[in-house]
Design a protein around this ligand. Structure first.
Ligand code: 5GP
Length: 210
């Protein structure tokens, strides 16, 4: 018997809308009959307006983050714009064990670390329709200084070519469509032969039984 959940890695440049796509997919997951949980990351960056501690991230200081690294409590971690970001291990492992699919919204470096430990993780890259749209979205969320906006744009330019090695690419123009597409990807992946092959024997064992 093997019915562990899938790890679904979702990456994309800052302001590509990946957070919104993922939240919408979570809202629609029941209706789509996909069991889905979101891993809340830990970070040392400051909390933004409209963000909630424990929902957007676990906001911690550098000492606490480094204690978590030392205690091996993180599946992966990375630093971005001088701040740490990482995936707490406990919930992710429990959800997978219970057959629940888990979304990790993490950067490329984190994705590579996760793939080393979980080679069958599914990777999805969210592209913005253009850099003009990315800049517009970065400015309109009003969270970052001019310097941070330029940094995030340059980082996007550097990162987007890495989308070439992701399993799936979503161009995020319409949130609702991207959320549906993400759920379709997860559904299809659950039926990939290598993940569900154990069912063949389970069915065969019922042959000739009353
Ligand atoms: P932001 O500050 O815009 O929320 O996130 C900055 C970057 O860090 C984004 O690319 C985001 O995907 C990434 N990130 C968020 N959480 C994690 C995490 O737990 N691990 C890694 N490696 N990257 C993360």
């Amino acid at each position: 018997m093997n019915s562990k959940g899938l790890i679904v890695i979702v990456s994309g440049p800052s302001a590509s809308g990946k957070g919104t796509v993922v939240s919408r997919a979570l809202e629609k997951s029941d209706e789509a009959r996909v069991e889905l949980m979101l891993s809340v990351s830990m970070t040392t960056r400051g909390i933004g307006k409209n963000e909630v501690d424990g929902e957007s991230y676990y906001f911690v200081d550098k000492d606490e983050f480094e204690r978590n690294i030392a205690d091996d409590n993180l599946v992966e971690y990375n630093s971005y714009a001088g701040e740490y970001y990482g995936t707490p291990r406990d919930k992710v492992e429990a959800w997978l064990e219970n057959g629940c699919n888990v979304i990790l919204e993490i950067d490329i470096n984190g994705a590579k670390q996760v793939l080393e430990k979980y080679p069958d993780a599914v990777t999805v890259y969210i592209l913005p329709p253009s850099f003009q749209e990315l800049e517009y979205r970065l400015r309109s969320r009003g969270r970052d200084s001019e310097e941070k906006i330029l940094y995030r744009l340059a980082k996007g330019r550097e990162e987007i070519p890495e989308a070439h090695w992701y399993d799936y690419i979503l161009v995020n123009e319409i949130i609702e469509e991207s959320a549906d597409d993400l759920l379709s990807i997860i559904k299809a992946e659950q039926h990939r032969r290598s993940r569900i092959e154990y069912k063949i024997d389970e069915v065969l064992e019922t042959y000739g039984k009353d």
